[in-house]
Design a protein around this ligand. Structure first.
Ligand code: IMP
Ligand code: MG
Length: 175
């Protein structure tokens, strides 16, 4: 079986949207907010968004969390595991959670609850891609890059079985 990747969102489209997102988010963030990026998928998005947010003179902190629910499959197992927790930093602080894709909603629901448990003051969420048709748990992100159809995508940090994260654009994967 061969794998094909059809371009869906170009590098230029991503860049323009990230600039606009930063302008949308910046006025709603308090200085000292901790940006928590969910790894691995959000690493490229977080790097680009953070550098755009820097133009808005916010004094931010960055932290990471590694959650998994997928294994090497293309469907969510519904169970979310913490592979690496973020540091204590978030207690009594505002948190902006960043993820690559909002799909079933299980990951971000878990992450928001976890931040609350760790004592975060105010939690907002931002995702690069939203697939509303796939939701299993009600969840609406505060900031969304692109809303897409029910397609399996890769690139710009997003993988299929750990492959294709290095692609600079977002493509639709078919087998
Ligand atoms: P959720 O818990 O189902 O909302 O899953 C969100 C996570 O599933 C994302 O952070 C991705 O890591 C993964 N995911 C969802 N859709 C895709 C996709 O189309 N390609 C690759 N990973 C995906
Ligand atoms: Mg992920």
């Amino acid at each position: 079986m061969s794998i094909a990747i059809t371009p869906l969102i170009t590098e230029e489209q991503i860049r323009a949207r990230v600039v606009a997102l930063a302008a949308e988010i910046a006025p709603r963030l308090l200085p000292g907010t901790v940006v928590v990026a969910l790894l691995k998928g959000a690493f490229v998005f977080a790097a680009d968004l953070l550098r755009e947010l820097a133009r808005h003179n916010l004094d931010l902190n960055l932290d990471f969390m590694v959650l998994s629910s997928y294994g090497n499959d293309t469907r969510s197992s519904g169970r979310v595991l913490i592979n690496l927790d973020c540091q204590k930093l978030v207690e009594n602080r505002d948190v902006l959670l960043l993820d690559d894709i909002l799909d079933s909603g299980n990951t971000l629901t878990f992450a928001v609850n976890h931040m609350r448990f760790k004592g975060a003051e105010r939690i907002s969420t931002c995702v690069l891609l939203d697939k509303p048709s796939r939701r299993q748990t009600y969840f609406q992100a505060d900031f969304v890059g692109f809303t897409i159809e029910d397609l399996f995508v890769v690139g710009y940090g997003i993988d299929y079985a750990e492959r294709f994260r290095e692609l600079p654009f977002i493509g639709h994967l078919t087998e």
